[in-house]
Design a protein around this ligand. Structure first.
Ligand code: AVJ
Ligand code: FE
Length: 448
């Protein structure tokens, strides 16, 4: 597997992995820089919502995690700033208190990130990828890339909560190639859920295991603004019967009456998106709804939310081979043709905009656009083992959180795949969350 040409270093799979890691680290840092250079220092230090961190906390926290895992653990090097570990420990510092901490100032945070990154690129040159499980196939580096990308998405959500003139720009998402409506039948039978082989998959995606499901019908596209508007117009928010007990309680105490960031525009609706007001686009997936709103809509529509397994089977199961794919379209990494990912656009794309990203059964936009709520609580798969630390996943296991799948327009491709699991509290809607519905076949429907 080694090829050499005169005068150049041998190109081995390991050299290739080093280059790929360096490129991913670099690409990711450019995104963090964009998100934090878009506003001034005072804005970076400010807290835009009590449930979010000041942007400068996210920035330094990303550097601190990189120092902990790559510089100290993988590299075995001396600490750069052991004194700031506690400040950037998410478990020691609740979000609401973070603006009061003696945080690194923006210039200090940037210098810290640069120092850490220089050491990481240096140790990347000589690290042995077969030494320990932590570095096998570059896992620790992949974990740190994903961590930074996840915080970048969180920072993007903070930008959405920021009050003030727009500071981010991006071209609009592509138009719909053809309308996508109705539901797709997923036949009964087993499929492989999770993975034991994807090298950068996180602990909660492992191990691969067989799940047998009865037949179900799943929406061919996420629920759109137009559909959600019909629920609102029909008094959906005013009728107790569509809401679960906990959902109704939350709807009342929080005074919910429409998705977050929606505003009345005369007799119409619009939304305020990254500081710009625009009329509602009817065929765009609804975004910024909490779990309880999704659940109520589904009940009103005579549907239910998919379980996590139903979502994953629709996204990964190939009826021809019986295999589970990495993505709905196959095993290849996403391109701009497949899915609306990576903050390339600052909005979900209308349904039908990504025909090349559809699953073999014809389910569209499972990856990208909006995170999709599932009815499943966040738990470990059978055989789960925390790796490399309990605080990433395991401490969140239980019924308090719901799993979301598929990634949003703000999710990077490095932190998104058919097996990737996100989770949040059912009341949260500052994230880029939407949903699709499923239903069980009726007895008279012949689904074999
Ligand atoms: C997987 C998105 C729920 O942001 O709380 C970031 C990711 N974990 N730092 C979160 C994460 C530690 C996590 N989510
Ligand atoms: Fe973090």
């Amino acid at each position: 597997m080694t090829s050499t040409s005169p005068g150049t270093a041998p190109v081995t799979p390991t050299t290739d992995l080093r280059h790929r890691i360096a490129a991913e680290l670099d690409r990711t840092r450019a995104r963090s820089a964009l998100l934090t250079e878009a506003v001034d220092d005072a804005d970076l230090m400010r807290q835009h919502s009590p449930i979010m961190s000041p942007l400068v906390w996210d920035l330094a926290h990303v550097g601190n995690q990189e120092e902990l895992w790559l510089v100290r653990d993988v590299g075995g090097r001396e600490p750069v700033r052991r004194d700031i570990d506690d400040l950037y420990d998410a478990f020691k510092q609740p979000r609401r208190d973070r603006p009061l901490l003696p945080l690194l100032r923006p210039d200090e945070a940037r210098a810290y990130l640069d120092t850490v990154r220089t050491k990481v690129l240096d140790l990347l040159d000589s690290v042995r990828f077969d030494d320990r499980r932590l570095v096998t196939d570059g896992f620790a580096f992949g974990m740190i890339v994903q961590h930074e990308q996840q915080h970048d998405e969180t920072m993007l959500a903070t930008h959405q909560l920021r009050v003030g003139p727009p500071v981010l720009t991006a071209p609009p998402p592509p138009p719909s190639a053809a309308p996508v409506t109705g539901q797709v039948l997923v036949p009964a039978g087993p499929f492989t859920m999770g993975t034991s082989t994807d090298p950068w998959a996180l602990d909660n995606e492992r191990p691969a295991h067989r799940v047998d499901l009865p037949a179900y019908l799943i929406d061919a596209a996420p629920v759109t603004n137009a559909a959600y508007l019909a629920f609102i117009a029909d008094g959906g928010y005013a009728q107790r019967r569509w809401w679960s007990e906990a959902g109704w309680q939350h709807r009342c105490s929080a005074g919910l009456s429409a998705p977050m960031h929606w505003q009345r525009d005369g007799s119409d609706w619009g939304y305020l998106r990254f500081g710009r007001f625009s009329p509602l686009i009817p065929d765009e997936p609804v975004v910024h709804v909490c779990y309880y709103e999704a659940e109520a809509y589904a009940a009103w529509a005579g549907q239910r939310l998919p379980t996590e397994a139903e979502w994953e089977k629709a996204a990964r199961w190939d009826p021809v081979s019986g295999r589970s794919r990495r993505y709905p379209w196959g095993d290849d990494d996403p391109t701009a043709e497949h899915a609306n990912l990576g903050q390339r656009h600052l909005a979900p794309a209308p349904v039908g905009a990504y025909p090349a990203g559809a699953s073999p059964l014809g389910v569209h936009q499972l990856i990208g656009d909006v995170w999709e709520w599932t009815s499943t609580g966040f738990d470990g798969y059978p055989g789960f083992a925390a790796f490399p630390y309990r605080e990433y996943s395991e401490v969140f296991f239980g019924e308090s959180y719901r799993v979301l799948r598929g990634g949003s327009f703000g999710t990077d491709r490095a932190a998104c795949r058919g097996t990737f699991r996100n989770w949040d509290l059912p009341i949260r809607r500052q994230i880029f969350s939407g949903f699709r519905c499923v239903r069980d076949p009726r007895p008279e429907e012949d689904v074999r």
